[in-house]
Design a protein around this ligand. Sequence first.
Ligand SMILES: [Zn+2]
Length: 337
Amino acid sequence: MIKMKKNDFEFVTCDYCKSRKFKKIFESKDYVNFISGKFQVVKCLNCGLVFTNPRPNKSKINYFYPDSSGYYQPEKPKENKGIIWNLNKLTLKYYFDYFSNKNKNKLKKIVLYPLLFYKIRDFKIKGIPLFKENGNILDIGCSYADFLYFMKQLGWKTTGVEMNKTAASWANKNFKVNVKINTLNKFNTQTKYDAITMRMYLEHSYSPYNDLVKVRNMLTKNGELIIIIPNFNGLESKIYKKYAYTLQLPTHLTHFTEDSIKKYLKKIGFKEIKIYHHKTDRDLIAPLTILKTEGKDIKILRLLLTNKIIRKTLVKAFINILSILRKTSRITIYAKK
Ligand SMILES: [Zn+2]
């Protein structure tokens, strides 16, 4: 095992306002890969941005992204068939303009709405862009590109950017979705994209500000940016604090809230910003295991919530309500250029 040294870390100014003044919120550990070390989370005293500080240098960060990490484990794509897929198709057709929107029955769209309300929300949470004829989509930090594969099947021309060679090569071999082995920072292109997605990417970025400026320039006029990030102000984050599952230190460098991401997007010139809250029960349950490893086991609660039946009924219902109330710890943001 490599031992990290003090100068493998760097102190940084606030990415949003460049202030050097911040206060410590807490210290925590790597509960994803269990690589040793303590990492500090701070809040900017000027603008309120929460970020990891100090953070690993760029030259050392790969150490915290082992190939064994869940980021790079490909899953077999689901087959697009059956009743669920038919409901998905209806939703995508009437509310996301897929499958040729000519002759679309407006009355049918109104009638179907209550039936498909949850499906529409699910697709919004998943970060599905509105369809664009002959459109091209760029996914940044695409990992093994299951999302791009789905987009390709729906008629998009796809490009991905992924720094992990194993994941990128796997995606190109199996999905043929045009993944470039690169970082966004070094990725240069003249191409303009109709949609750009950053799915669980931006919290890992060394400068969200520079990245958002860059992707805005790569979008076509009215192009759509879709971001998925953890929400530091979510209820699960507030309950579990330094043990929150979405914290993922030290690879999560910025800990966004709805307010902080909106501020970024508005400052950079994005418009029509909309936010959807996820309904991931893992954020409620996984920290209970983390607490156990830390000798702070809440045994009754852990056994109760991890019970299969309770998890599928009560926990699922609870997290659904939280999501509708806009309180959960992961969000999808839509914005336009
Ligand atoms: Zn600041």
